[in-house]
Design a protein around this ligand. Structure first.
Ligand SMILES: [Fe+2]
Length: 253
């Protein structure tokens, strides 16, 4: 049994010390991120540096950038806030998802980030947007709620995630089944999106060209959100056998 109070005190002291030492870094890197005249590549690099720092100042710098005009950059801001998994970002993410003038791609990622952070307080707002008029926003909120409910289910406390990529995923990998069964489930649109995402991450963790082929077959699906996740996962896998499928997907209009 871990001594929670001692562990918490130690973490708090280390966090305060680390933040005191690194505030200047966040300000400098944040200035690059928030400079709309900097090349996008430099701004993305600054963003991922801030993600790595993960401090409250880094989160603040990332949140400031949501006033930018680039939807792609803002999608990535939300992604990184989800990966940091700090509840400090929740207010800003809620503001983004509630802004119906914002690009749906950005709102979708804000919902995904709320699911990644996994705080019980997000249930109500995610529930509200499960029926959003933009399918990518609605589907993401359904998935995020699925993840939150899964986390809140005490029977999953012993679950061990074998994710070799160390990313915070929208759904935990399915543990049981064969590669063939996963391939069939991935394409079965009668199943919930949450289950199919679980299958997707199981296939990713399994790896190999057969798993890649099953994932590529998923591009025949009509859900833009689902296909966006397939492409993300194939990028993580870095398996060259995915290249023809990805090329074909880029040609789809
Ligand atoms: Fe996304």
């Amino acid at each position: 049994m871990v001594n929670i109070s001692c562990a918490s005190i130690t973490v708090t002291i280390l966090t305060v010390y680390t933040e005191k030492m690194s505030t200047g870094t966040e300000a400098k890197v944040g200035a690059v991120l928030n400079d709309c005249d900097s090349p996008l590549a430099a701004r993305f690099r600054a963003l991922f540096t801030l993600r790595g720092l993960g401090t409250s100042e880094a989160i603040q710098q990332i949140c400031t950038c949501f006033s930018d005009s680039s939807s792609l950059l803002k999608h990535e801001l939300a992604y990184c806030l989800g990966q940091i998994q700090s509840p400090l970002a929740l207010d800003e993410l809620a503001r983004v998802i509630q802004n119906e003038n914002e690009d749906p791609m950005v709102r979708h990622e804000a919902g995904e980030a709320m699911g990644a952070i996994g705080d019980r307080s997000s249930v109500e707002i995610l529930q509200t947007y499960t029926s959003d008029s933009k399918p990518e926003v609605a589907e993401t909120c359904q998935l995020a709620l699925g993840r939150l409910n899964w986390l809140l289910d005490s029977s999953n406390e012993e679950f061990s995630d074998n994710n070799p990529y160390k990313s915070i995923d929208p759904a935990p990998p399915l543990q049981d089944g064969s590669l063939e069964e996963w391939g069939a489930l991935l394409l079965d649109t009668s199943k919930s999106l949450f289950l199919r995402y679980r299958v997707l991450f199981a296939l990713r963790n399994q790896g190999g060209s057969d798993a890649v082929n099953y994932i590529v077959e998923g591009f025949s699906n009509s859900s833009a959100l689902f296909k966006h996740e397939l492409a993300y996962v194939l990028g993580q896998m870095k398996d060259p056998s995915a290249i023809p499928g990805l090329e074909e997907a880029t040609r789809q209009k």
